[in-house]
Design a protein around this ligand. Sequence first.
Ligand SMILES: [Zn+2]
Length: 290
Amino acid sequence: MTAPGLGGATLMLHHLAVTTLKLVELGYAGDVDLPLVCRIINRAQKSLKAKVGTSVATIGEPDISGIAYTRASIFSLLPDRVESEILIGVTHAPLSGNLFSMTTPVGEIVPSLHGSYELCELSGRTLEEYIAQSALSEFLQIRFCQSSEGHTWADLVHDEVRGCLFDFVPHKPDKVHKLRRGWLDPQCRAKLINAGVADDEVPAAEAVIRAIQRPTLVGSFLDGIKRPGFGILLGGLAGGGLVNLVTTAITNAFSATILVSLGVIAVASVALVLGNWIQAMRAARARIRR
Ligand SMILES: [Zn+2]
């Protein structure tokens, strides 16, 4: 029994508490940069704190005909969980039923990279972004199930493809769409909030997903140079700059005119690259709203 008057304080503490997401390597997963997964999560918000735990080096052989791990066997391989923490075992192990990930109600998540390379390639996500997005959608699902005895994952997922984190997607093209868009549709968001999932954890998860979808300067540049318009313009500017430099070298006459034209070229190049980035960010925002 909580003494009267303490209820408010307990509630406040709950909201102020930062939830720790501990990521551990389960078997070999050295191709995933776990500290980078943590940075992706931690940079975007303050309510969830991701950190890397001690890895589990050996996970033996799959117990289902040597090809997949059952729920019981994969979770028995996870280290002990600190009670307040969410434990995430990142693995290449194939899971039974060809599942992309498994969870337990207490707060354990095993996102498997088995079969994820092609999905990442098709959706333009890195392995680290894939793990961050999978872990957060499973985390919200765990919170939903914890919110009421009667809640199961089946109350949250839907067959309709909305690009929502809770789309039930057995088919690859739908999974790619979900990875690209990965938002919480209004119905699912309302379900989480109404279920009483801490009201800072839902926006925190959403902030991370948005950060994953936001194009970086480098990413937008690499995408841009694949497009003829951007490539030709930038190539023209670079060519102009080179001609100026070569002329200067040959004639050994570094004039004010050349300096000015190099400056103009540099400014135009920066404007072009930044303009392309802004355009990519606008397009990404429009995709989220659609
Ligand atoms: Zn939904």
